[in-house]
Design a protein around this ligand. Structure first.
Ligand code: S3P
Length: 204
């Protein structure tokens, strides 16, 4: 099979993607690997949404932001959902989105900052996903998070002690999931996305 350069193979991967490979097995194998999802994880304000969008553009992939999906499906903003129906409802919406994403390939996915904490939800994406942890210092996170009042768990102008407490509780779980880590505090959005893209492209 390896040398049959004109051979066309159709690979069925997951539910949504057919990959057509012209050439031998090696090429097919490479294509399969390049179709794997890139999953961005990390604390609120670490840059998952903006960097994810940029990364998807660089790699010419579809981009999914789980919070935005929840907002589309429910017709409520994340803030409204928490306020009207409580955190539990929000968490169950997160779980539904993850189930929908299972089996899809070739995506860049930005997750909500606490998606994995209670139910190990993100394990669903692990088999097809390359997990990139975005980090930033406490000062950078605080500065970014005080720009917008869109995180119900932190409220307006969160103080650093509040951020640090949540961060400490979560950090080990983020690290346990991460395949690659980027410190976004020292880079622009474009630089962060480029660093991830270059690293990912160089993977075997
Ligand atoms: C949350 C993070 C938010 C959003 C919700 C809860 C959290 O997403 O899912 O406000 O508890 O970390 P971002 O990480 O994109 O801000």
């Amino acid at each position: 099979m390896k040398n049959s350069s004109l051979q066309t193979m159709r690979w069925h991967i997951g539910s949504s993607t057919d990959i057509y490979c012209f050439g031998g097995y090696d090429m097919a194998k490479e294509s399969v690997q390049k179709k794997t999802n890139i999953v961005l994880i990390g604390f609120m304000g670490s840059g998952k949404t903006v960097i994810g969008r940029n990364l998807a553009r660089l790699l010419e992939r579809d981009f999914v932001d789980t919070d935005e999906e929840i907002e589309k499906v429910t017709g409520h903003s994340v803030v409204q959902l928490f306020k009207k129906f409580g955190e539990r409802r929000f968490r169950s919406e997160e779980e539904l989105i993850l189930k929908k994403l299972h089996g899809r390939r070739g995506l860049v996915i930005a997750t909500g900052g606490s998606m994995d904490l209670e139910n190990h939800n993100l394990e669903i994406l692990k088999e097809d996903g390359y997990f990139v942890l975005l980090q930033a210092s406490l000062d950078v996170l605080q500065e970014r998070l005080s720009r917008k009042n869109s995180r119900p768990l932190l409220g307006k102008n969160p103080d650093s002690a509040k951020i640090q407490t949540l961060l400490t509780a979560r950090e080990s779980q983020y690290l346990a999931l991460a395949d690659f880590i980027v410190n976004t505090g020292e880079l622009t959005v474009e630089e962060s996305a480029k660093q991830i893209a270059e690293h990912y492209r160089a993977l075997p």
